[in-house]
Ligand binder design. Structure first.
Ligand SMILES: Nc1ncnc2c1ncn2[C@@H]1O[C@H](COP(=O)(O)OP(=O)(O)OP(=O)(O)O)[C@@H](O)[C@H]1O
Ligand SMILES: [Mg+2]
Length: 430
């Protein structure tokens, strides 16, 4: 039978014991085995008394508290540590996560809420070993073979549209040197993935949560380093640790990327469930889109898991779906019109699905979100898929059949005359 969680409470100098006691849960699952004051006393008690959880209470910025957490994290890496902080001056809570705390609560707080938090940490910590395998939310890698095709605009709007559809969404900016996803979304880059790398120590969902920046839509954004020289600190290995944690705590993960197939982009593709390829409607860009698709083919990426977006698609340029099919080898799944509102929304740092929800651009991005919702088996509202004024064409979701019974999005074999040999750039697909 499982015993209650034996909890040791450590009080820092200056914290009022009654305030802490008033917030401690009276639940049968949490057994307080001691309330001690000071680092030394805590350390001695931990050696002598079996404990499963350490609660550290402090009244403000406290080097002693940071030292205690650092020591316990080092000596007892499996022990969950929760901080109760009466005041939390700027940067203190971030520091407690950096040195190894699993979560932090501001006092005063009700015993019920503190209990909920402790249980959450215990579940998370207990599941930490298996979480990586179980983080299975779909991950969409937004790609564009060259700069300026609309990857960031697509990522920001797709992420927000999925959030507007009620999904919990994380977005990651993989344009490590010149990432501007935060700018496009109007998110402050207070903490970036560079800060997360620099924090050292082990990575878990709780810590990651402290470094993602919230967007009003609910999207959590892991921001790219703010300076190009910081980019090399963020390795593909590190990002491979991040993905399963985000996939365990979100319904969708959307990745913005840099132009080209950088190592972190290849690794992201390898780990993704879908690629959203963004091209623009001119012959040069279409040629590059085709090259991008051929590269994915060489990587052994399942073509049914690629969604093709044609951005700045405008009927007036004289290129229709048949031309796209001839050059690229497949029809577009979604056409996003060239819309001055898109540019305006980017400049204002508000994705167009929020800034101008009725615009043609917003509808196209909602249709893109619906494409992924549909592929994941979620019911979608009819509205978003409606074409508007001929600027977005009727959608042909990949895998759907046209009146001839053919898959609309499959390329005729002769359309792809590029190299067919499969090159094992990657070891697995999802
Ligand atoms: N459909 C559109 N209509 C009007 N303007 C657009 C549209 N899509 C993108 N833009 C504009 O094009 C510019 C480039 O878009 P975006 O930053 O999304 O491209 P990118 O592929 O992420 O570029 P980079 O490779 O440099 O990261 C932006 O300033 C944006 O406002
Ligand atoms: Mg970009």
């Amino acid at each position: 039978m499982q015993h209650p969680t034996r909890t040791l409470v450590s009080l820092d100098a200056g914290i009022d014991e009654q305030t802490v006691r008033a917030s401690l849960p009276a639940s049968a699952d949490i057994q307080i085995v001691g309330i001690v004051r000071g680092v030394d006393e805590t350390w001695t008690t931990l050696q002598e008394t079996p404990a499963d959880l350490l609660v550290v209470a402090c009244s403000g910025y406290s080097e002693r508290t940071l030292f205690l957490i650092t020591s316990v994290f080092k000596e007892r890496p499996g022990m969950p540590i929760v901080v109760l902080a009466q005041d939390s001056p700027d940067g203190f809570l971030r520091r407690v996560f950096e040195v190894g705390a699993d979560d932090a609560v501001r006092l005063p707080e009700s015993p019920e809420q503190v209990n909920f938090m402790l249980q959450k940490v215990l579940v998370r910590k207990g599941a930490a070993g298996t979480m990586k395998e179980h983080g299975s939310a779909p991950m969409i890698c937004v790609l564009g073979p060259k700069g300026g095709t609309g990857k960031t605009v697509t990522t920001s709007n797709l992420a927000v549209a999925l959030a507007q559809a009620g999904k919990s969404v994380s977005a990651v900016d993989l344009d490590l040197q010149f990432g501007d996803l935060a700018l496009a979304m109007g998110v402050r880059p207070d903490t970036t993935m560079y800060d997360l790398v620099q924090s050292g120590g082990s990575l878990d969902a709780g810590k990651l949560e402290a470094y993602v920046m919230p967007h009003p839509s609910g999207v959590r954004v892991l921001v790219a380093p703010t300076r190009p020289d910081q980019a090399s600190s963020v390795s593909p290995e590190f990002l491979r640790e991040v993905y399963p944690l985000l996939r365990a705590t979100s319904d969708y993960v959307v990745l913005d990327s840099s132009p080209g197939f950088e190592p972190e982009v290849i690794s992201a593709i390898d780990n993704s469930s879908y690629v959203c390829m963004v091209g623009t409607l001119d012959t040069l860009s279409l040629k590059n889109t085709r090259l991008g698709l051929e590269t994915l083919d060489l990587m052994g990426y399942d073509p049914d898991r690629i969604v093709l977006v044609l951005n700045r698609a405008d009927s007036r340029v004289g290129i229709d779906d048949e031309d796209v099919l001839a050059v690229v080898g497949r029809r577009p799944d979604i056409r996003v019109p060239s819309d001055v509102e898109v540019t305006r929304a980017v400049n204002e740092g508000t994705p167009i699905v929020i800034a101008k929800p009725d615009s043609a651009g917003a509808k196209a991005f909602r249709a893109l979100a619906d494409e992924f919702l549909r592929r994941e088996g979620a019911p979608v509202a009819a509205e978003a898929a409606e074409p508007k004024r001929g600027s977005t064409k009727q959608l042909h979701p990949a895998g759907s059949l046209n009146s001839d019974g053919n898959n609309n999005n499959k390329a005729p074999a002769e359309a792809l005359d590029g190299p067919r040999k499969r090159l094992r750039l990657t070891s697995r697909r999802r």
